[in-house]
Design a protein around this ligand. Structure first.
Ligand code: NI
Length: 152
């Protein structure tokens, strides 16, 4: 009973060992999934986004969080210069002055996953950037829900 096309449902059978299925059922129950189908749907979306993120040219969205010491010599200028160099990928920024020394910056990035990782690596490797993390996200084919993955 297979039907195809956007938004239409297709049923398929899956055979799994009990010692794999039982902990899976417990886990998705704890997470609040209403059914195995809903959980498997999210796993498939996550897989497709992961694949898009690692295979190159698919458009992705990313958030890059940076914590840095703005007293480090010329660091603020270098961060701004790099963001201007990569302006086609940096679509928004949020800056928070954490204390006398440290700043938190969140960049919203858009572009191919591999390019976003390049931009993130350039910024994260600057001396004085204490901590940071890129999270890639996107809209999976065959559904409107977003799934995210940590890239660093
Ligand atoms: Ni600041």
């Amino acid at each position: 009973m297979s039907r195809s096309g956007d938004g239409e449902l297709q049923r398929f059978g899956v055979s799994l060992e009990t010692d794999l299925l039982a902990p899976f059922d417990r886990s998705i129950g704890e997470l609040g999934y209403p059914s195995r189908s809903a959980a498997i749907r999210d796993l498939i979306r996550a897989h497709l986004i992961e694949r898009d993120a690692t295979t190159g040219e698919a458009q992705m969205l990313g958030t890059l969080t940076l914590v840095y010491d703005h007293h480090k010599r010329a660091l603020s200028e270098r961060l701004i210069d790099l963001q201007h160099d990569h302006h086609e990928r940096v679509i928004s920024t949020l800056h928070v002055h954490l204390d006398e020394h440290f700043c938190l910056e969140v960049l919203v990035l858009k572009g191919p996953g591999v390019r976003l990782r390049e931009t993130a690596d350039r910024l994260l490797s600057l001396e004085g950037v204490e901590h940071g993390q890129l999270t890639l996200t996107g809209v999976a084919k065959g559904g409107s829900r977003c799934t995210s993955r940590r890239a660093r």
